[in-house]
Design a protein around this ligand. Structure first.
Ligand code: DAS
Length: 356
């Protein structure tokens, strides 16, 4: 018992020393939570910018690779996962968000950076923005090239991420994504290009830029997030099944029926155009809705500054369907899962899609 007490005192004392040292030098305390991805990737040679193995380099090696980090913050790292982000599950989302939430409550943490694969980075960032109640900056970064490649982008993305996470002027803006010198909201940003370093885009524009250690802001988020969210990760321990069915010509109801039979609580319909539903599929979706599964109309036409209009070509009121507004299908899935932890009422679900 005595040993445990001494150990606890030692841990508390070291945290206090870190925060006193940082305060003395005026530098913020930033924690980096590493999950894998290309930013932790390694390729065979410097010319291999797109051929590599993701999730290889540990967080302490990432930090050691950026000596200038010590000039902007007191940084420490935790290896939460070491996976490619296409392999993220709902359980990974819950575990990561709970760790971010716990750290955000610590007085010796001023901001948090999550290093993440780029494939599902936008979904994780949005989930954090919807569920972690803090006004401290939460910044998600990744890279399009492994650190072993010429003109690798990960080190500068991570450096910029720490600058934003440690900055007082970045507080209260919800979770953000920092890639390619750009600061985007977790809600709006998507991976729009699958090879180039300028891969991440927001249809409504970035929040700002981070250049040579300084943030330049040009707009503020208008949708609910973090402290303004009705979803709190500290009270959520499981997520309902929400699946995505992609629309095209020659559409049929096979995927929708399979998802409903497998227990999905909602299906994100990725419609053509304005979330359109092929005539030959409507009756099945009405049956599925009647069985208690929600239908949420998104669109494959995304991230160009439009949104799915309710009751336009599709009588959403009559069919008791929800529209995902401007959210792309993968973001709509994240919000639908959280909304369904609170309500099964269509009008309430639609309110949530207007507000977040
Ligand atoms: N497989 C990709 C991922 O982990 C690699 C990357 O782009 O980070 O998301």
């Amino acid at each position: 018992m005595r040993f445990c007490t001494l150990k606890l005192v030692a841990v508390l004392a070291s945290s206090l020393l870190i925060s006193v040292a940082a305060l003395a030098q005026g530098k913020p305390n930033v924690v980096i939570l590493a999950t894998g991805g290309t930013i932790a990737g390694a390729g065979a040679d410097a010319a291999s910018s797109a051929t590599y193995q993701a999730a290889k380099v540990p967080v302490d090696k990432l930090i050691a690779g950026i000596p200038d980090l010590k000039n902007v913050a007191e940084v420490r790292g935790e290896q939460v996962f070491q996976i490619a982000s296409e392999s993220f599950t709902n359980e990974h989302l819950l575990r990561l968000a709970k760790r971010v939430s716990a750290l955000s409550k610590q007085a010796d943490v001023d901001g948090i950076v999550v290093t993440h694969g780029t494939d599902t980075l936008e979904e994780t960032a949005y989930f954090l923005s919807l569920t972690v109640h803090t006004d401290k900056p939460i910044v998600v970064v990744g890279s399009m090239r492994p650190g072993t490649a010429m003109s690798a982008d990960g080190l500068l993305n991570l450096y910029n991420g720490v600058v934003v996470a440690g900055a007082k002027d970045a507080r209260g803006k919800g979770a953000m994504v920092v890639m390619n010198d750009q600061i985007d909201t977790a809600r709006d940003v998507v991976k729009a290009i699958n090879i180039k370093t300028e891969a991440f885009k927001s249809a409504w524009g970035p929040l700002g830029l981070v250049v040579e250690g300084k943030n330049y802001w040009f707009r503020a988020p208008v949708k609910r997030h973090t402290n303004g969210s009705e979803f709190d990760i500290d009270t959520i321990n499981s997520l309902p099944s929400v699946e995505i069915a992609y629309g095209s010509g020659n559409a049929n109801d096979t995927a929708y029926k399979a998802f409903a039979a497998a227990g999905a609580k909602a299906i994100i319909h990725v419609g053509t155009g304005n979330g359109s539903v092929a005539g030959q599929v409507v009756a099945s979706l009405q049956e599925i809705r009647k069985s208690g599964v929600h239908i949420i109309r998104s669109s494959r036409v995304m991230n160009q500054g439009g949104f799915v209009l309710r009751n336009a070509e599709q009588p959403d009121d009559k069919y008791d369907w929800v529209v995902a507004h401007d959210l792309n299908p993968q973001k709509a899935r994240i919000l639908a899962m959280l909304a369904l932890t609170k309500t099964n009422d269509t009008k309430e679900l639609q309110r949530i899609f207007w507000e977040y």
